[in-house]
Design a protein around this ligand. Structure first.
Ligand code: ADP
Length: 437
C-alpha cells in the first residue's frame, strides 16, 4: 500500500511500542527493561526489512520488490520505480545506438571514429571492408599503423585536412580510396573513405591516352618541321609558296611547344613525388629569368629584378625554373611594348615568394579562379597571337603543388597583374646571407 507520508505512522508505531513496553515494565516493576525490550523489538523489525532490501538488491534480476507496509513499503516502491525508469532509459539508448549503427552501416562511405593520435574507437561495416579492420582486434590501434601509404602519413600528420587524399587500400593495391578527415569535439576526428577505383582508372586512362597520343605526334611533327625547313632553304622555291611555308613552320613550332607542355603536364600529374630534390637557389635563378625576359622582350619593356640570395627552397630545379619561366614569359607576352616587368624573390608573411609583376592589361576578377585550368584563355585572339599553348599556368600550379607551394594571382583590369609563387617551406642560408650582405 502506498502512503503519501509514512513518517507519522512510523512515529506512532514506535511510540506505541515504547508505550506498551513501559506499561508492561511498570506492571512487573521493571519499566526500564520494558523500554529496552520495546526498543530491541523495533530495531529487530528494521533489521529484518534491511535484510529483505539487501537480498532484493543483491539478486538484482528479481524484478518485483518485497512486499512491505509504511516507510519500508515506500522505500521499496521508490527504488523499484527508479529501477524501472533506468531500465527503460537504457532500452531507449540501446535502440538509438542500434539505429545510429544501422544508419552508419548503410552509409556509402567507410567511417572510422578516431581520437587522440589517431586511435580507432569505432568503425562501420564498409571501413572493415575497405581497410580490413576486425572488431574488436583493431580497436585502439593507430590508423597510421594500418594505412601505411606515405601520402596518407603526410596528410594525417600535417593536420591540413581541407582536401582529400587518394591512397590504395591496404588490402588490395588495385582498390583506390579517397580519404578525408573531419575533426570534431576535443581531439576527435572522423575518417571518411570512398572507393574511387573506377574514377581513378578512368583518370589514368585519360592521362595515358593524352601521353601516348602526344608521343605519337612527335615523329610526324619532326618530319613536317624538317621538310618545311628544307623546302624553305631551297633558293629555287616558288616565292608564292614562301608565305605558306612560313605559316607551316610557325604552326609546327607551336604544336611542338604544345606537345612538350602536354608531356610535362602529364608527368607532373602522375602525382609521383618530386625526384632528385636539391637545394634550389632561386635568387640566382632570378638572374637567368631576367635574361630570358630581356631576350623575349627585345628591349621593348623595362625589366627590373631583385632577389634575396640567402633564401632557398628544397625541390626540383628544372620544374621550378619551368614554372617561373612560364610566369615571366606571360608577363612579357601580355604586356604591351613600353610597359614594365618586375621580378622579385623575397621573404614575407612567413613564406618565401617569387613574384612577377607587370603593367600589362590586367585580368577581370571573374577570370582569375579559372586561369590555371588547361586551355583557359581570357582573350582567345590575344593568346593565339602571343603563341601560347594555354597550359602555362596549369603547369605552374602543378609544379607549385608538388613543392608544397601555391600560386596567388592579383590583377586589376587596366592596372597590370602580379603572379606570386608562395613557398611556406623555405630556408635562409647563413653562408649565403653573409656573402650577400
Ligand atoms: P597561354 O599559353 O595562353 O599564355 P597560360 O596558361 O600561360 O596560357 O595563361 C592563361 C591565360 O591567362 C592566358 O591566355 C592569358 O589570357 C592570361 N594571362 C596569363 N598571364 C597573364 C598576364 N601576365 N597578363 C594578362 N593576362 C595573362
Amino acid at each position: 500500500m502506498l502512503v503519501s507520508n509514512p513518517w507519522p505512522t512510523e512515529a506512532l508505531r514506535l511510540a506505541g511500542l515504547v508505550g506498551i513496553g513501559v506499561v508492561v515494565g511498570l506492571f512487573v516493576g521493571q519499566p526500564l527493561t520494558g523500554l529496552l525490550v520495546a526498543g530491541a523489538f523495533y530495531a529487530g523489525m528494521q533489521m529484518r526489512q534491511l535484510a529483505r532490501l539487501e537480498r532484493w538488491l543483491r539478486r538484482g534480476r528479481s524484478f518485483r520488490p518485497p512486499r512491505a507496509n509504511g516507510l519500508w513499503g515506500m522505500i521499496f516502491d521508490n527504488i523499484y520505480r527508479l529501477q524501472r525508469r533506468h531500465r527503460s532509459r537504457r532500452r531507449r539508448l540501446v535502440q538509438l545506438l542500434d539505429r545510429v549503427k544501422a544508419a552508419s552501416n548503410a552509409m556509402p562511405d567507410a567511417t572510422i571514429v578516431l581520437q587522440g593520435d589517431g586511435e580507432m574507437v569505432w568503425w562501420n561495416r564498409l571501413a572493415a571492408d575497405y581497410v580490413g579492420l576486425q572488431w574488436p582486434r583493431d580497436q585502439g590501434q593507430r590508423i597510421a599503423n594500418l594505412l601505411r601509404h606515405p601520402s596518407f602519413y603526410d596528410y594525417f600528420t600535417t593536420g591540413d585536412w581541407e582536401e582529400a587524399v587518394k591512397v590504395p587500400s591496404p588490402i588490395s593495391v588495385r582498390r583506390m580510396l579517397e580519404i578525408r578527415i573531419v575533426p570534431y569535439g576535443r581531439e576527435q576526428q572522423l575518417l571518411l573513405a570512398r572507393e574511387v577505383t573506377r574514377l581513378h582508372r578512368l583518370e589514368t586512362m585519360r592521362r595515358d591516352f593524352v601521353t601516348n597520343i602526344t608521343h605519337e605526334l612527335r615523329t610526324p611533327l619532326t618530319v613536317i618541321r624538317g621538310m618545311s625547313e628544307t623546302l624553305g632553304d631551297d633558293p629555287d622555291i616558288d616565292p608564292s609558296l614562301q608565305h605558306g611555308l612560313n605559316t607551316i613552320q610557325q604552326q609546327t613550332a607551336r604544336m611542338g611547344r604544345l606537345v612538350d607542355d602536354l608531356l610535362l603536364l602529364s608527368r607532373l600529374e602522375t602525382g609521383e613525388a618530386v625526384r632528385g630534390k636539391t637545394t634550389v637557389e632561386v635568387g640566382q635563378m632570378v638572374e637567368g629569368l631576367r635574361d630570358e625576359a630581356c631576350a623575349l622582350s627585345d628591349k621593348e619593356h623595362q625589366i627590373t629584378i631583385s632577389g634575396d640570395p640567402a633564401l632557398v627552397v628544397h625541390g626540383d630545379e628544372g620544374e621550378l625554373r619551368s614554372a617561373f619561366s612560364n610566369l615571366v614569359v606571360n608577363a612579357v607576352k601580355y604586356t604591351p611594348d613600353g610597359g614594365s616587368i618586375d621580378i622579385q624573390w623575397h621573404e614575407g608573411d612567413g613564406a618565401a615568394c617569387l613574384s612577377v609583376t607587370d603593367s600589362g592589361p590586367g585580368i577581370a576578377a571573374h577570370h582569375i579562379p579559372r586561369l590555371t585550368e588547361r586551355f583557359y584563355r581570357v582573350d582567345e585572339g590575344r593568346a593565339a597571337d602571343a603563341g601560347g599553348t594555354g597550359l602555362g599556368l596549369a603547369i605552374v600550379k602543378h609544379v607549385l603543388a608538388r613543392h608544397g607551394a601555391r600560386l596567388d594571382i592579383h590583377s586589376e583590369l587596366g592596372r597590370g597583374s602580379r603572379f606570386r609563387c608562395v613557398f611556406p617551406e623555405y630556408q635562409r642560408q647563413r653562408a649565403a646571407a653573409a656573402a650577400g650582405s
